[in-house]
Design a binder for this molecule. Structure first.
Ligand SMILES: [Zn+2]
Ligand SMILES: [Zn+2]
Length: 340
């Protein structure tokens, strides 16, 4: 998936602030990228500021965020520096911010930059990225799993989304609620040109919030499926109750796909009765984020218009109120932070 850098499309105002004479800082990266892209003479190197804006969890445990200024990092070996323009706001981030997932190894620390649905352009590449599938100027995404080891049994069998040594963006690593983020050159997701950045941000997310609370979901599903139930039910919310009701929507031979992560103490699916599973030959499976290949395929579907996201955009200083709305169940679809 290689693209020419000679004619980057003017999109989202990305090139508006750049002039050819502006150099990357610090100078060591500049030299490196200049050498590397020596043939792409038309490519305009963006100016990288020394400081940039980020949103941190200033009081983990509570719904509270703060816009701060951070020093722009330098990409290390194998890393790229991405100038993010958009980040989806996900319910999972609220779990991390409020320390409500008991399964996480340690409490979230004050100052953590959250977010895991980021889109932006690569502005610098660290040493050892000569053969990477991505280039300076290319638009890429950062998702829930921000990096994997590549060598564990999960990675080796194509299940890199459940890598034993996975890094979660916005928890183990600084996340996407910021204007610049580092990512592994071999794990950021290339974004198709056809896809708008704000629309791409929430794709590849592990869940979407569905507030269509009909009076009788089971009856509605029966009506839509000729009375047989659904072949597959994806539970995308963090509600334990959704899992319990999900089982009742399934057809014989159907599959319940667990995606949303309930908060608090671990609870089994209340209606996963072995008698019913056997009698109806049903399956229950889990899916975290899918692997890198699936993320790329999903974005291709979106670029072709087969998948659409429903979203509204908001500014960085609105993040606390967005989480408050989310907590009150008031958000329809996705909110995407405009980081520019
Ligand atoms: Zn691994
Ligand atoms: Zn998410």
């Amino acid at each position: 998936m290689r693209r020419k850098l000679s004619s980057p499309k003017k999109r989202q105002g990305w090139l508006q602030t750049f002039t050819p004479s502006q150099a990357l800082a610090p100078s060591s990266i500049h030299q490196y990228t200049k050498e590397y892209h020596g043939n792409s003479s038309n490519y305009v190197f963006p100016e990288i500021p020394k400081k940039y804006k980020a949103v941190i969890y200033d009081e983990p445990g509570k719904i509270s965020t703060k816009v701060v200024e951070l020093d722009t990092p330098t990409p290390g070996p194998g890393e790229v520096l991405i100038n993010l323009t958009h980040s989806g706001v996900c319910h999972s981030d609220m779990g991390i911010m409020t320390n409500s997932w008991k399964a996480l190894p340690h409490p979230t620390q004050a100052g953590q930059v959250g977010g895991h649905e980021g889109v932006g352009k690569i502005v610098a590449m660290g040493p050892g990225t000569e053969n990477a599938a991505v280039k300076v100027g290319q638009r890429v995404g950062v998702k829930w799993i921000s990096g994997v080891c590549g060598g564990c049994p999960a990675c080796l069998s194509g299940h890199d989304g459940v890598c034993f040594n996975q890094k979660v963006s916005g928890y183990y690593t600084p996340g996407t609620y910021q204007q610049y983020v580092l990512g592994p050159a071999d794990y950021v997701t290339p974004i198709p040109d056809e896809l708008d950045s704000a629309a791409a941000a929430p794709i590849g997310a592990e869940h979407f919030i569905d507030h269509t609370t009909s009076k009788d979901v089971a009856a509605d599903v029966q009506a839509l499926t000729g009375g047989l139930g659904a072949q597959a039910v994806l539970v995308l919310t963090a509600a334990n109750g959704a899992y319990a009701s999900g089982m009742q929507l399934l057809k014989f031979g159907g599959t319940l796909v667990c995606v949303g992560l309930p908060e608090g103490d671990l609870q089994p699916i209340a209606t996963a009765f072995p008698q019913v599973l056997v009698a109806k030959e049903q399956k229950i499976v889990g899916s975290a984020v899918g692997n890198r290949k699936e993320a790329i395929e999903t974005l291709d579907l979106a670029a072709r218009g087969i998948i659409k996201t429903h979203f509204r955009t908001a500014k960085m200083d609105e993040l606390t109120s967005i989480f408050e709305e989310m907590d009150q169940g008031k958000i329809q679809g996705r909110v995407v932070l405009d980081l520019q």
